[in-house]
Design a protein around this ligand. Sequence first.
Ligand SMILES: Nc1ncnc2c1ncn2[C@@H]1O[C@H](COP(=O)(O)OP(=O)(O)OP(=O)(O)O)[C@@H](O)[C@H]1O
Length: 279
Amino acid sequence: MTALSIPTPKITSSLNSDNSSSPPEVEKKYKMIAEDVTIRYGDFIGVKNITMKFPEKSVTALIGPSGCGKTTFLRCLNRMHDMTKNAKVEGRVMIDEIDLYDKSIDPIYHRRKVGMVFQKPNPFPTMSIYDNVTAGLKLNGVRDKKILDEIVEDSLKMAYLWDEVKSDLKKSAIELSGGQQQRLCIARALAIQPEVLLMDEPASALDPIATQKIEETITELKKEYTIIIVTHNMQQAVRVSDYTGFMYLGELIEFRETKKLFTDPKNELTAKYVQGQFG
Ligand SMILES: Nc1ncnc2c1ncn2[C@@H]1O[C@H](COP(=O)(O)OP(=O)(O)OP(=O)(O)O)[C@@H](O)[C@H]1O
């Protein structure tokens, strides 16, 4: 994809403590590390002291029963809680060597490195397919039509939507099917060239065929991106992820290679959850 030229802020801190919560079988480098993260909504603690290391170019799934804090945790990975009035995040989230929460960094610059895809497809409804993909780029000052055209094509190809829409990029985004809209949202997230992609139940509003396309897209994208996905669907976690973290009541209970977590869980709670004894 055409590389964007955006100024790099100074690096302010570094880390590599190797204490816990990394899947033990990993040979890859870690792209992102959440360290001692606690998230409160007023007096309520939504996430308790989670340390989690995300291997690069792989998919990590977050699973657990409703209300256990999956979305709350995911949202801290790109500082989305900055926009939630009563939320307070403690701890550190490192991308490469930079703490996203360090007071001296530019949060807008660093948030760009972490793309987000939400549960319900949310294309900008009054915009065309083309304008949806270029919206973030234009906000970042990219105006060159040739560069925009190239990035639109590259992003739509990476999201596995190009062949279905290339002949009519001016069509309104809301004329696409739900599954196509979700792949458009993935293309929109990829257009600003993030390094990490967060996905919050990206297929839960979709039918089985659209879900399969999204899962195939995720499998292809992990060749280039580090992906963290929240899912309710355990089969989906097994199909798409390399590593899985099981959360319960705001805590990370177990974090391992997906196959091992599902076939040989170490924790009794994990075992009960993956066997469907509670949900
Ligand atoms: N803005 C908020 N203010 C207060 N409490 C909140 C807020 N957002 C979430 N919570 C609470 O934090 C806890 C964790 O919620 P969260 O949405 O992260 O869980 P989840 O595991 O993603 O659930 P689900 O699978 O149902 O989406 C819940 O008890 C929820 O009610």
